[in-house]
Design a protein around this ligand. Sequence first.
Ligand SMILES: Cc1ncc(COP(=O)(O)O)c(C=O)c1O
Length: 446
Amino acid sequence: MTHVFHRDPRNRYPLAVRGDGAYLVDAEGRRYLDASGGAAVSCLGHSDRAVIEAIQRQLDVLPYAHTSFFSNEPMERLADTLVARSAGAFDKVYFVSGGSEAIEAALKLARQYFVERGEAQRRYVIARTQSYHGNTLGALAVGGNPARRRQFEPLLIDAKHVSPCYAYRGLQPGESETAYGERLAQELELEIRRLDGDKVIAFVAETVSGATLGAVPPVPGYFRRVREVCDRYGVLLILDEVMCGMGRCGSLFAYAQEGVVPDLVAIAKGLGAGYQPIGAVLASKAIFDTIVGGSGFFQHGHTYLGHAAACAGALAVQRRLHEDGLLVRVAPLGEALDTRLRAEFGRHPNVGDIRGRGLFRGIELVADRETKKPFDPTLRVHARLKQAALSQGLMCYPMGGTVDGARGDHVLLAPAFIVQEAQLDELVEKLARALDSTLSAVAATA
Ligand SMILES: Cc1ncc(COP(=O)(O)O)c(C=O)c1O
């Protein structure tokens, strides 16, 4: 009997007792290869001594000092590092404790920026369908996943949604990727105009879509066109890199591969790598200066923002990425994983698409590869696959509703940057076995 209100109270969860590199170990001694970093969190695996010791050292000297009284050394140094690595795009870092909080802070910062500029009429946020930005009410409102939103609709702010950049299903026959990106940018522009242009605060998008679409990179040029449209109407571009940022796609910031710079970027997950809960919003100088030159105060704040031990952990993560060469491993390892996935699943009758960037990969599962017809959602293919993978000793991150929030299944892969090539073989073998057993079980019930 448990007194924990678990995520899914009907589920019986194994007890995780130990981390060992790319593996987690449960109380029965079973080892699980963590091929998804939980939910794209554990980018350094589960037993990084340098990060653990940095946190321990910080706890010995100063665990916490409330940021309305003090600054603290690791918070200052972490902000320096992130700003320096943003190549002039950002000047300030607002720390929080996770991804949803980062999105909430970004939304409020964007709104306050316009209030300070005398543009208080700006009130709408535009985001994309099939997106995920977190579960707090503001983040949920901008998120475009119907299942997560449905029962909370009366509590949600009125965010607007346009189509995601999802080439596998969105690209029309004969349409080039450039034309597709252009069409999506036009849809955004039409929506901004429908809202009178000067009533829009921001467009929010995941640079590479994560949990709800399954590691979908944008088509080339899409974000450049989006940036132009935003600029034309004075709309801020907020990129959500909570999942895809901090090296996951091969560069510290995923937007660096798109040739654009957002006005605000939200990060979390890989920032703390699971060693401490931490998130952040990076803000452009223009936004910061407007607020400081106006009311002088960002009307926001949380008790644990800039937590010293969390910042010390995140600072150590940054050192591991840059000084110990873990970030440069991501792109080649990602290619190695992609090659293996294509070799194993490239002709699989139930694999419609293999996609992603760096160590952020997705496989979309379909009932029919030719027509792209998804599985009947009542079969819950994704949920079965998750269990089948766990029983193979593999953590992966399958999700349903890929197509429209109800239909569709995909599996997200986000292994640690320390993963070895042999472990990529293990990953693909275990995933193949899990998929086989899932599809046999599905066939037996269909
Ligand atoms: C893109 C994106 N934004 C925001 C969030 C919310 O982050 P958190 O769960 O840390 O609140 C997530 C979580 O999966 C995410 O993937």
